[in-house]
Write a protein that binds this ligand. Sequence first.
Ligand code: ATP
Ligand code: MG
Length: 303
Amino acid sequence: MTEAVVTINHLQKKFGKFQALKDVTLTVNAGEVFGFIGPNGAGKSTTIRTLLGILKKSGGEATIFGQDVWTDAVAIHKRLAYVPGDVYLWPNLSGGEVIDLFLKLNGQKHSPRTDELITKFKLDVTKKCRTYSKGNRQKVALIAAFSTAADLYIFDEPTSGLDPLMEEIFQQEVLALKDAGKSVLLSSHILSEVERMCDRIGIIRDGQIIETGSLADMRQLSRTQITVTTTQSAGALAALPAVHGFKQTDQHATFAVDSEALGEVMTALAPLGVKALQSTPPTLEDLFLRYYNQKEVGSNAQH
Ligand SMILES: Nc1ncnc2c1ncn2[C@@H]1O[C@H](COP(=O)(O)OP(=O)(O)OP(=O)(O)O)[C@@H](O)[C@H]1O
Ligand SMILES: [Mg+2]
């Protein structure tokens, strides 16, 4: 039985006349890392700020640990850690002082774990925050969040300023949270990060969730790229409805196949004398571009 930690049902948010969230429905289950992706301005941060009780919803429902995100915000925040993309710190305090302040505000204490994280993220905690680069400001917030004992961690583009080594540390820490059975909601534009860590993904566009599921589910709904060398012409495949973008030169053919029709296409290929075959599943980038670019996503992408 999976237990829902975050439940969002038909959430709406208006800023004056502008409807930033039209219909957001998603669930983050206990023990999973949920990736929240979508183009700039799609509504990811607005959804997260509503979950945190910073913004008041205009319609629908949102709960965390079964409690209402607005009326029960204080109780929820005792079990939650949050890192925004733009981290603002007190300019005259040192990084170390701010980490301890964040921990205190969350009812936590500086622990050996905090020191371990400071070493791992290579942060010079003696410097004043006003001297920190964007990446260093993010490190301050990440160290405080990772050394907080919480049940749910919410990250809104937490690594946009981190170098690749630090990005790797971030990923290791998130995977450690997952191993410890914690739940994570991660909004990110770094698709390799999402691909590596997330159990399920929700795609938002124009204030609406347009797809949720595991990456495997989404790949199933998309197309696999095939390159094949055959002794006989594969030209007849071009007529199959599941085959797209068919191109042939001599014995080599390349095309995309609706993933659910792969078996059918392999059956059609077999009698043609297959000498070599390469199949490439869609990357998250492919899915991303497909979902982001199209005004209407094709019928095979609907559940
Ligand atoms: N306080 C606000 N007042 C008015 N409009 C807002 C406000 N906050 C956000 N919006 C608008 O709501 C929409 C969603 O913004 P949001 O910040 O949630 O997008 P996002 O998905 O987080 O984008 P990004 O990937 O760039 O961070 C945008 O059109 C934005 O301009
Ligand atoms: Mg945002």
